[in-house]
Design a binder for this molecule. Sequence first.
Ligand SMILES: [Zn+2]
Length: 253
Amino acid sequence: MISIRSEFVRVKRKIRRCYYAGLSHENKPGGIAVTFDDAFVDEWHALREMLNRYNAKVTFFVSHFNRLGQYSIDKLKALRDDGHEIGFHGLKHLNAVKFMESRPIEQYMNEEILPGIEMMSGHGLPPRNFSYPYGAHSPELDKHLLKHFDYVRGTLLTNVKTRFPDLDSIYYKRGDKRVIYGAGLDNSYRNDIYEIQQGLKRASGKKETLIVYAHEPANKPGDYCTPISKLEEVFRHAQKAELRFCTIQTLGG
Ligand SMILES: [Zn+2]
């Protein structure tokens, strides 16, 4: 026979467990952060309708901001107004590690980073996050750049042994790091949709956020192109898996 008192204690414990589970981050769903690099503003802007259809929020890391005309800047603002993030990808798209082989970091900051932040801010697009051109970075660079950005993003390649679901560093756990990595969607990276789906399953199961990157959304065979149908498949599978679409700024939120 169960005493009233022991039943009372059991129910009380259960209520407490549910309460803390509700507060815990563990309870939040997994997510996906799709990012784009370089300056394919027209091609990115052409994705608007599809992105809105999936209610997908993504991040565009822009390089060569000084070369963009007002028309392109207005397109970036339209993307920003849709809820996407406009990040920074270097003013001249320098390979930071190579640059620093012969020059001090202060010169890199003065040529590549600070004028770009100023220029973007002057046009009402202050960048909060940065992706490294060529994925080239070092602990010293990270330390300096994290004074100006909340997150810096590098790149990781899959290889014969380590495939998409096993590449631990492309899965973000809330609050665990500010140097983050993405894996490529473009043709040259040879990560097919089946494999990406396995990554989405991992993100969903472990409540992590999968970070990926692309360059030019285009149906052509170039190395740094991602077919639009492939992007759509990624959004479709992510939506089906009830993953949260994150920008880099909302990774921790
Ligand atoms: Zn780039």
